[in-house]
Design a protein around this ligand. Structure first.
Ligand SMILES: Nc1nc2c(ncn2[C@@H]2O[C@H](COP(=O)(O)OP(=O)(O)OP(=O)(O)O)[C@@H](O)[C@H]2O)c(=O)[nH]1
Ligand SMILES: [Mg+2]
Length: 294
C-alpha cells in the first residue's frame, strides 16, 4: 500500500521554510529572501520517496498582524496548520524555545509535528546541543527533532524518512510526475517578487506585488507580460531607478530564474503601476487573490 499526505511547513518569518521546500523538491519554485515576510500565500511541492507521495505546503511566517495583507498571510499559515496530515515546524538554531511554545498553543487541533532545527551551519556545535536540549522537555509533543542545514545539505534524507513514516496509507493524490499543482504564472510572479526583494530596500518590497497579465508561448521564447504594483507614486522612481537601472536588474534576475525552471528563453515585459494603499484595500486584495475566504 502506498502512502500520501499533506505536510505543512510552519515557522516564524525567515526560518527557511521556502528554502527547505525548494531543496527537498530539487527545483526552485518558491521565492526566498534574506528579508523576512517574503512568502505571502500557500504554495506546494510534490516530492516522491519510493512509494510515498509527500505534498509540502509552504506558508507565510507566523508573525504579528498589522496590515490587512499581514492578516491574510497569518490566516494562510493557520489554515495550512489546521488542514494537513503532518506539520514540520522550522526553528532556526538561533531561536529561543519560547517561539515553539507559542506554536504549540496555535496548533489547536494538535496535529502531529516534527521539529526541524534549521540553519545549523550558523551556530557552533555547543550552541546546537544546547538548543536541542531546550526542546527535550517537550518531547511528548513532537514525533522527532531533526537538525538541518540547507546550505550544507545536512539532514535531508533523515527528514524525508521520518516524514514518510508519519504519513497515512493512501493512494497518490497527484500525478507522481508533477512537481507542484501551482500555476506557472504564480511561480513566475514569485520570482519577480524575489527579484524586487533582492534589488530594492526598505519598505518598497513589502508595498509591492506582481500580477502576470499574460504568458505567450512562442516557438523558442515565452513572452511574459507582468505588472508591478506599488503603493505610492514616490516608489516608482525607486523601482525604476536612474536611467531604468533598477528595473533592468529586477528584470534580468527574474528572467534568469524563469528560464532555469522553464528551460526555455524568456522575454519579460515589466510595467509599474501605482495603486494607492493597496495593502489595506480589502476589495483589491481579494481581486488579486488574497482572499481569506478561499
Ligand atoms: N545559512 C543558512 N541560511 C539558510 C538556510 N536555509 C535558509 N537560509 C536563508 O534564510 C533566509 C530565509 O529563507 P526563506 O526560505 O525565505 O525563509 P522563510 O521561512 O520561507 O521566510 P518567510 O517566507 O519570510 O516566512 C534566506 O536568505 C535563505 O537563504 C540554511 O540552512 N543555512
Ligand atoms: Mg517563505
Amino acid at each position: 500500500m502506498s502512502k500520501a499526505g499533506f505536510v505543512s511547513l510552519i515557522g516564524r518569518p525567515n526560518a527557511g521554510k521556502s528554502t527547505l521546500m525548494n531543496s527537498l523538491l530539487g527545483e526552485k519554485i518558491a521565492m526566498v529572501s534574506q528579508k523576512a515576510n517574503a512568502t505571502r500565500r500557500r504554495s506546494n511541492a510534490i516530492v516522491m520517496l519510493d512509494d510515498t507521495q509527500i505534498i509540502f505546503v509552504d506558508t507565510p511566517g507566523l508573525h504579528e498582524r498589522e496590515k490587512v495583507l499581514n492578516q491574510f498571510m497569518l490566516d494562510e499559515a493557520l489554515k495550512a496548520m489546521g488542514d494537513c496530515d503532518l506539520i514540520v515546524y522550522l526553528a532556526p538554531a538561533t531561536d529561543s524555545v519560547e517561539h515553539y511554545e507559542k506554536f504549540l498553543k496555535l496548533n489547536k487541533k494538535k496535529i502531529k509535528h516534527i521539529i526541524v532545527i534549521s540553519k545549523i551551519d550558523q551556530v557552533k556545535q555547543e550552541k546546537l546541543f544546547k538548543t536541542i536540549a531546550s526542546y527535550n522537555k517537550f518531547s511528548d509533543h513532537f514525533e522527532a527533532l531533526i537538525p538541518v542545514s540547507i546550505s550544507k545539505r545536512v539532514g535531508h534524507e533523515d527528514l524525508l524518512k521520518v516524514i514518510a513514516q508519519n504519513l497515512p496509507e493512501s493512494p497518490f493524490l497527484f500525478d507522481p510526475e508533477d512537481l507542484t499543482s501551482e500555476l506557472v504564472r504564480d511561480i513566475y510572479a514569485g520570482f519577480i517578487r524575489e527579484a524586487i526583494f533582492e534589488n530594492v530596500s526598505d519598505e518598497v518590497p513589502y508595498e509591492s506585488d506582481v500580477i502576470i497579465e499574460s504568458i505567450e508561448e512562442e516557438n523558442h521564447v515565452d513572452v511574459i507580460n507582468a505588472l508591478i504594483i506599488i503603493e505610492k507614486e514616490s516608489q516608482k522612481g525607486i523601482i525604476i531607478g536612474k536611467g531604468g537601472e533598477s528595473i533592468k536588474r529586477i528584470g534580468k534576475s527574474a528572467r534568469e530564474k524563469i528560464e532555469r525552471l522553464s528551460t526555455k528563453k524568456a522575454y519579460l515585459n515589466l510595467q509599474v503601476v501605482v495603486k494607492k494603499g493597496w495593502t489595506k484595500d480589502v476589495n483589491f486584495l481579494k481581486e488579486i487573490g488574497y482572499d481569506s475566504a478561499k
